[in-house]
Design a protein around this ligand. Structure first.
Ligand SMILES: Cc1ncc(COP(=O)(O)O)c(C=O)c1O
Length: 362
């Protein structure tokens, strides 16, 4: 394994034996009768097949993901959403009561929640806020990562909840500067919507980089719980599969849905759906830009946007009372008075705009 990763893995993972499940020993040749895994053979006819444990990492799924994300099959592990991977990475790299992670607020909440539950420390190097939006504090992150307890640096681009991206050149500068000090987890949950696309093509030049992807956003499959972790180092991917993941992590129905979503025959439709979503995002953005209730619309490179409004609690309530649920981010100081909105379909967005417009200023 590359030192840029290996040196940060908690020592007990190096020596530990992983669990070898019955399915892993033999595979699932359908001509055989499997009596080795305590599975049930009396099953409702309409649920035939679900009586057997799924393949831990189905080859077809991994091939389709590798194709979609531009990596080799050996550089990818599928997880129950990107969320599962966030927890696993904390477990792999951070020694409870000792180590730390770096995040940049406003950040996706699960980074700190996973750190708190380990528990490990969270250092915040906040995004730099200006009239142009939120920028990443390169120097601050690089300086913080020198600290001996820091094992993981989280960067999310496009960032949730601010919606903008950070230039790839800035991210790569951080990744290279912290090599030998920490592993960078680049959360690309929204990369398919981004003008910049993904940094997965740089994995081979960045041994300390791990990238997270998901089917929840661009593929509109949040209910399926399917994500992917990418790393150049196939030994690290093997470690995740053999020692860290649950035995049969991916439910059969989730695998089936993911195979449909990623099938080459559906690629054009998925692309079209992304474009439709972006068109609706832009339509809402233009609407907000001329609304007297909105004091700022932040730039977006994702399928959602952050807006600052005149009376955040009352507007949120007004929308809710009329059937539209937005996310209130006013509890965080950097996003005081802010709401986060992801567009629905054109027809629903029309109705939403009518509702929003109908709010009466006091
Ligand atoms: C930045 C970011 N990362 C990860 C996730 C979780 O993704 P998943 O649904 O794949 O668990 C989300 C979900 O909103 C997110 O916004």
């Amino acid at each position: 394994m590359h030192e840029a990763i290996k040196n940060f893995i908690r020592p007990h993972y190096q020596g530990m034996d992983g669990y070898v499940s019955a399915g892993m020993e033999t595979g699932k040749d359908e001509s055989l009768v499997f009596m080795n895994a305590n599975e049930g053979h009396y099953v409702l006819p309409e649920l035939q097949g679900y009586n057997f444990y799924p393949e831990p990492q189905p080859l077809k799924l991994i091939e389709l993901m590798a194709d979609a994300y531009g990596v080799e099959t050996s550089q990818i592990v599928a997880t129950r959403g990107a969320d599962e991977s966030l927890g696993l990475l904390t477990k792999i790299f951070c020694e409870p009561h000792k180590d730390a992670i770096v995040i940049s607020e406003p950040a996706f909440g699960m980074y700190a929640v996973n750190a708190d539950s380990a528990p490990v420390k969270t250092y915040d190097v906040p995004l730099i806020k200006s009239d142009d939006g939120f920028a990443i504090d390169k120097t601050g992150i690089i300086a913080k990562a020198q600290s001996d307890d820091v094992k993981l640096v989280y960067i999310c681009s496009p960032n949730n909840p601010t919606a903008g991206s950070f230039p790839h050149s800035n991210i790569l500068e951080i990744v290279k500067a912290v090599d030998g000090h920490a592993v960078v987890v680049l959360d690309e949950a929204y990369a398919e919507f981004s003008q910049q696309g993904s940094l997965s093509g740089e994995l081979q030049n960045c041994p300390n980089l791990i990238i997270l992807r998901t089917l929840s956003k661009a593929y509109a499959l949040a209910g399926v719980r399917m994500g992917a972790t990418l790393c150049d180092d196939s030994d690290f991917i093997d470690l995740m599969k053999s020692k860290v993941l649950d035995t049969y992590p991916l439910p059969r129905p989730a695998i089936e849905a993911a195979l449909i979503a990623l099938a080459p025959a559906n690629r054009a439709q998925i692309k079209q759906n992304i474009q439709s979503c972006l068109a609706e995002r832009d339509r809402l953005k233009e609407f907000f830009e001329i609304s007297e209730l909105v004091t700022k619309v932040y730039s977006t490179d994702a399928n959602f946007m952050l807006i600052e409004v005149v009376d955040v609690k009352a507007i949120w309530q007004h929308c809710y009372d009329n059937g539209f649920v937005l996310r209130d981010f006013s509890h965080k100081p950097e996003t005081a008075n802010c709401l986060r909105i992801s567009p629905a379909t054109a027809e629903l967005n029309d109705k939403f705009m009518e509702v929003f417009k109908a709010y009466k200023l006091a």
